[in-house]
Design a protein around this ligand. Structure first.
Ligand SMILES: *[C@@H]1O[C@H](CO)[C@@H](O)[C@H](O)[C@H]1NC(C)=O
Length: 370
């Protein structure tokens, strides 16, 4: 009962925090590109993370250009780059994912995080929270104008859509600096248990713009409607290809090829068709399948053990698939932090727990202040 209450309070705090951020004066919300200094809002004091253990490069890492921290070093060629979204709802997951990347990589000081947040979020506050957990983390927070993508999303899909930031991965090539040529995109509900540099160095052969584990045994047909398959023209997109399902939560992306191929426009083209005719049911995934299906670099499946969230919070625990694991992904409705707080964890959730930096002591303190 206590834990349910605590979870409810925690949720209320995060909600009020989100509202507080949205209701900040416009001047405070804008012009925060540099994101320097500690955030000082009352919201910041409520969302507390423990500081992660210090990390150092092992031998043989690329020499940095020496310009540590700040967005000025964003083009440093010695960097390995990871892109993730950043919002308060999934912040605990994002912090755990970052922690897991740093813990298992041989060159943690060479990792740069490109975080994409809603344009209406207070990036200064988010940066302060990240710095409290990772004082020397190299990162930049980009503002994503959700309004433009909202207009692209068909009304039928919009109801089921939890978060417009789901679409941010389609805009990385536009949001990130032109000097950024490769990035690994990660969802916020993942944990790495292996060195991310192994994933970084995966070659994308031919003219492929993205790499991801493929699942060719999955029934590809079901991701599109009868309206799509019965059309005389639309299914031709897959002609001469052998498209397989892939999960867009872990992708190696060649942003040079992405920009050259104008893949953002191609994805938006399918979203425009979806606005007129219902060719699929899900939100951000089907356009990726349409544009890249059959043209994805098939990466070892150890890099995305997905589906660990199960279908809902209770009674749908998933087990790990056989074989080696480098990345665990709690895709699906159940998230490990929610189930752990409710004291109803699935066995796989205990693998997430060691990376959690959320400080629940502070949340109960904050609850007393309410
Ligand atoms: C794949 O899914 C479609 C649509 O849901 C279904 O009609 C078809 O029978 C399925 N195929 C197989 C091999 O299960």
């Amino acid at each position: 009962m206590r834990s349910v209450l605590a979870a409810a309070i925690c949720f209320v705090l995060l909600r009020s925090c989100a509202l507080a951020i949205r209701s900040l004066p416009r001047e405070l919300r804008l012009g925060l590109g540099g994101a320097t200094g500690r955030a000082g809002s009352s919201c910041d004091a409520r969302v507390k993370f423990l500081e992660a253990p210090e990390y150092r490069n092992g031998p043989g890492c690329r020499k940095s250009d020496g310009n540590r921290g700040g967005a000025g070093s964003v083009c440093d060629p010695s960097l390995f780059r990871i892109a993730m979204t950043l919002d308060l709802e999934y912040l605990r997951g994002t912090v755990a994912a970052v922690h897991s990347v740093l813990k298992h990589t041989s060159c943690p000081e060479n990792i740069f995080f490109h975080f994409v947040a809603s344009a209406s979020a207070n990036r200064e506050t988010l940066a302060g929270i990240l710095r409290s957990a990772f004082p020397s983390l190299r990162f930049k927070i980009y503002g994503f104008d959700e309004g433009s993508v909202r207009r692209m999303i068909s009304s039928s899909v919009r109801q089921a859509l939890e978060n417009p930031l789901n679409y941010a991965r389609s805009y990385l090539a536009d949001l990130l600096e032109p000097c950024v040529e490769r990035v690994i995109y990660l969802d916020s509900d993942v944990i790495l248990v292996d060195d991310v540099l192994k994933l970084w160095t995966v070659p994308l052969t031919g003219s492929r713009a993205i790499g991801a584990p493929e699942y060719c045994h999955a029934n590809f047909t079901k991701y599109f409607s009868d309206e799509f398959w019965s059309d005389t023209e639309l299914p031709k997109v897959f002609e001469g290809k052998r498209p397989c399902y892939f999960n867009t939560g872990v992708m190696v992306m060649d942003l040079l090829r992405w920009r050259e191929g104008d893949y953002r426009r191609r994805i938006e083209g399918w979203m425009e068709i979806q606005r007129e005719r219902r060719i699929y049911e899900l939100g951000s995934l089907p356009p990726f399948l349409l544009v890249f299906g059959g043209d994805v670099e098939a990466i070892d499946r150890r890099w995305n053990q997905h589906g660990l969230g199960g279908d809902n919070v209770v009674n749908s625990c998933r087990t790990l698939h056989p074989g080696p694991v480098s990345l665990l992904h709690w895709s699906g409705k159940g998230k490990p932090w929610t189930r752990l707080d409710l004291k109803m964890p699935c066995p796989v959730d205990y693998l997430w727990m060691p990376y959690d930096l959320y400080s629940s002591k502070d949340s109960s303190l904050a609850a007393q202040q309410l």
